[in-house]
Write a protein that binds this ligand. Structure first.
Ligand code: GAP
Length: 484
């Protein structure tokens, strides 16, 4: 059984081998920190996205969804503070020329200390780093790195530059002739598409506070230290919701959304012990409170979702830059105000990685002298890329025709997969590896009494059921794991 880092590496290999995730442009040796989702990965990703969307826009009657463009007016990013503030403190090693985000460099060193039995020093180092970062004391951060003799992993030296800020936004040109073209940005978060549409949605949807606007979509960040597979990418997908509220009620709604979002994560069938909240000590320029929901990945607890109390920073700033009023008239209070906002912001790719980390299992099935094993993805049926595999026992005697009929009956309702190549055992293993919760086998008895063997992925138990009962059984199981 793979453990920790080797388990993480095993999941990455599994993703590649079974069509979940491929390095981008692989035939050209890939593009750093950019990935493509394959045939099963894109299905799983879509199912997670749909699940989030359905939770947000159906289960909360006061939340609606939008789909804003990736390109936005450049002033949006001035108003949001991203042009001036969306940067990470970085340090260069002068010998290797390798650039590090200072928090990653220090955290990596603290992890090493912990592994070597000096957890106390590691914790005090992190506490010092948090204090210095909160005070934007970059000279102090550099001194901390030097005093602790933190080395570059490439050169092995401590020859460090000053700490500098690097903006993470990608820019491009809008317009065809370079002199006339204006510089625009690829959005680094989807949230601003919601803020600039606040009045459009509020007015056309006759929305009353408190209400939310949700959207999913791509975001782009020029991550300097892009690493850990799809965990930190340069192009990724977010699922964000801005919840507009009365000023002064933000702490109550912040706590409400913390609890609601944790409930959503637990609804994926993941135990409570695998999650924790991490409160931010250094708040982003827009927030008066913020925390992360962290999941325990094989490589340790890492952020999956952020919950931020964003005050009225964004709407007020857009009002100032656009000179358009961002006021809401509260009929109950008979008063105009700029709403405050609680944001929930979850990474789709990190949710994907979280679900895979939870689902991936290597099982030893040996009995006596007979060696056997399987790799299985124990995904919730509602999220699994394929719900039902339909397998004729042999490629002859009319069995494929019956299997095809079952396929045609079920495929309009959920994702099915038909396969007749290889032994049944090998086909079961392949379906386990992509997490298909059910396989039905069409055999000679099917010809006689119209029953099939249905195999349950997790228990590997098999039962005989009528062909006419397949669809209901699978649908019942999907809806029981839908978490809504
Ligand atoms: N609108 C607020 C916002 O963007 P964030 O904490 O920067 O907040 C929210 O990002 C979520 O987006 C994170 O919790 C993470 O899941 C995901 N995310 C951020 N940067 C990412 C990256 N480079 N690669 C993959 N996911 C990322």
């Amino acid at each position: 059984m793979a453990t920790d880092n080797s388990r993480f590496q095993a999941i990455i290999s599994h993703c590649k081998e079974y069509g979940f995730v491929f390095p981008s442009s692989e035939i050209y040796d890939g593009l750093s920190a950019v990935y493509d989702y394959g045939q099963w990965g894109s299905e799983l990703k879509k199912n997670i996205r749909d699940h989030w969307w359905n939770t947000m826009t159906r289960m909360y009657e006061n939340i609606v969804g939008i789909d804003a463009a990736i390109f936005m007016h450049p002033t949006v990013w001035k108003a949001s503070g991203h042009v001036d503030n969306f940067s990470d403190p970085m340090i260069d090693n002068k010998d290797s020329k390798k650039r590090y985000r200072v928090d990653h460099l220090i955290e990596g060193f603290a992890d090493e200390l912990e592994k070597n039995g000096d957890a106390q020093r590691g914790q005090s180092l992190i506490a010092d780093m948090d204090r210095l970062l909160a005070a934007s004391d970059y000279d102090g951060i550099r001194q901390l790195i030097v005093d602790n003799k933190i080395k570059c992993s490439v050169s092995g030296t401590v020859n460090w530059s000053d700490v500098r800020q690097f903006n993470l936004m990608f820019s491009t040109q809008l317009g065809s002739i370079s002199e006339e073209a204006s510089e625009i940005y690829l959005r680094p978060e989807t949230a601003q598409g919601i803020f600039v549409n606040f009045l459009n949605v509020q007015k056309t949807g006759r929305m009353k506070i408190p209400f939310g606007i949700a959207q999913t979509g791509k975001a782009f960040r020029n991550e300097i230290v892009a690493r850990q597979f799809i965990f930190r990418m340069r192009e990724f997908e977010q699922m964000e919701m801005q919840f507009f509220i009365r000023p002064g009620t933000q702490m109550q709604w912040y706590e409400y959304w913390k609890a609601e979002r944790m409930k959503w994560h637990r609804g994926l069938g993941i135990p409570e012990s695998k999650f924790r909240f991490h409160d931010h000590t250094k708040l982003a320029h827009y927030a008066d409170a913020a925390c992360d929901i962290e999941y325990e990945f094989p490589i340790g607890f890492k952020e999956v979702e952020g919950i931020h109390s964003r005050t009225d920073f964004d709407l007020r700033s857009h009002q100032e830059y656009s000179r358009k009023k961002m006021l809401y008239f509260d009929t109950e209070l008979n008063q105009n105000y700029i709403p405050y906002v609680i944001e929930t912001s979850i990474g789709l790719d990190r949710s994907f990685m979280m679900l895979l980390s939870e689902a991936y299992a290597e099982e030893d099935l040996s009995s006596g002298d007979k060696k056997d094993s399987r790799t299985v993805l124990r995904l919730p049926a509602s999220l699994a890329p394929v719900k039902l595999a339909i397998l004729p026992l042999v490629k002859k005697d009319g069995l494929p025709e019956i299997a095809r009929e079952i396929m045609n009956t079920c495929k309009p309702f959920f994702r099915c997969f038909y396969e007749e190549k290889d032994t049944i055992g090998k086909r079961y293993r392949r379906m386990d590896a992509i997490g298909s919760p059910f396989c039905v086998t069409v055999d000679y008895q099917t010809k006689e009494d119209s029953t099939v063997t249905i195999r349950h992925r997790d228990s590997m138990s098999q039962e005989r059921i009528p062909v006419s009962a397949i669809r209901t059984l699978v649908e019942k199981h999907i809806s029981s794991t839908a978490g809504l």
